[in-house]
Design a protein around this ligand. Structure first.
Ligand SMILES: Nc1ncnc2c1ncn2[C@@H]1O[C@H](COP(=O)(O)OP(=O)(O)O)[C@@H](O)[C@H]1O
Ligand SMILES: [Mg+2]
Length: 318
């Protein structure tokens, strides 16, 4: 697989970040002063939160970024003990530059339970001399007040259609494909402000045909959908019911898939997820039952929810 365009075209400097002008201006003031508070970045997925944190670190540390910027993303690193451990280690080890703080970036901080957030808040206090945190979340209302009050909050806004168009044309200039105006419009519509989704779709479309039309985008959407379904099953197995319900609702209502279509995609994806032989058998028989229920015309989303609950009961240990 070629390099992901979301990485290839990730903005390296603050000036490369599209939109978010007010945020960038304020961050530049921190750079000039050589000091900054803890930061809370809120906003929808794919609007530039992680990219901005990375660009900020590039500008503060230059070549020494590696030694001074830590990103906590893997779920295993996010248990509160792991966070404490990592933070302690980072805070203790000397920074290699004259800058007197390191930056620890934590994605999806709103996924942490309240208890974990409380413990995290104490860690923030204990180490605020040597460490600045940048927390990222989709909505700051899910972050406990004592953390919010210790951070400067920045709300990231969805990019304007003009900005997104400029982004698409920039990539078109760099890569060898052509995309027509209709295709651009549908691409913008289906990615709903998520630049990661948009850029990935564009890359999939390009791999299908370098002359990108509306139809190519539609096919790319279908192809990437199966990847979403895989994520949905994995979330169900991790019992993230809130996310699962929301995504299922999106598929059925917003995107207009029928329950049968969703079931078909689940059926395809079952072969791509790690499952023991026995569990796979159980799943396939359960899918058969749901298929039967759907054929009798009863409410589709209820049966799909039941199926996802079945995945949850299986657990995520293969
Ligand atoms: N404001 C932006 N300007 C330029 N590119 C962006 C912007 N937002 C997102 N992107 C593109 O989308 C990808 C994902 O963005 P990211 O910063 O990880 O989003 P978030 O952390 O908000 O979910 C980036 O690699 C980049 O290619
Ligand atoms: Mg991010």
């Amino acid at each position: 697989m070629d390099e992901l365009w979301t990485e290839k075209y990730r903005p390296n400097t603050l000036d490369d970040i599209l939109g978010q002008e007010e945020i960038i201006e304020k961050l530049k003031v921190y750079i000039d002063k050589g000091s900054m508070p803890h930061l809370l970045f809120s906003g929808d997925p794919g609007v530039g939160k992680t990219s901005t944190a990375l660009a900020l670190a590039n500008e503060i540390y230059g070549d020494d970024k590696k030694a001074n910027f830590v990103e906590l993303t893997e779920s295993k690193e996010r248990g509160i003990n792991a966070i404490r451990g990592t933070v302690k280690e980072e805070a203790r080890s000397k920074t290699l530059t004259e800058k007197n703080f390191k930056i620890i970036y934590m994605d999806q901080a709103d996924d942490l339970t309240e208890a974990a957030q409380s413990a995290f808040r104490r860690t923030m206090e204990n180490f605020s001399e040597n460490v600045r945190f940048i927390l990222s979340c989709s909505s700051s209302s899910k972050i406990i007040d004592p953390i919010q009050s210790r951070c400067a909050t920045f709300r990231f806004r969805p990019l304007s259609k003009e900005m997104v168009k400029r982004w698409i044309r920039m990539i078109e200039d760099q890569e060898e494909f052509q995309i027509d105006e209709n295709a651009v419009n549908i691409l913008i519509r289906v990615s709903k402000g998520d630049m990661r989704k948009l850029t990935n779709l564009l890359q999939v479309a390009n791999s299908m045909d370098p002359v990108i039309t509306e139809n190519i985008i539609k096919n790319a959407v279908k192809k990437t959908k199966t990847a979403d379904i895989k994520g949905l099953i994995l979330k169900a197995r991790k019992r993230k019911f809130g996310d699962v319900r929301e995504e299922l609702f999106d598929l059925l209502i917003e995107e207009g898939y029928t329950a049968e279509e969703v079931l078909k995609m689940v059926n395809q994806e079952v072969h791509n997820i790690p499952l023991s032989k026995d569990k796979r058998k159980e799943v396939i028989s359960e899918i058969g039952k749901v298929d039967f229920d759907l054929a009798r015309g009863s409410r589709g989303e209820i049966h799909l929810q039941k199926l996802l609950a079945f995945f949850a009961a299986l657990g995520d240990d293969h």
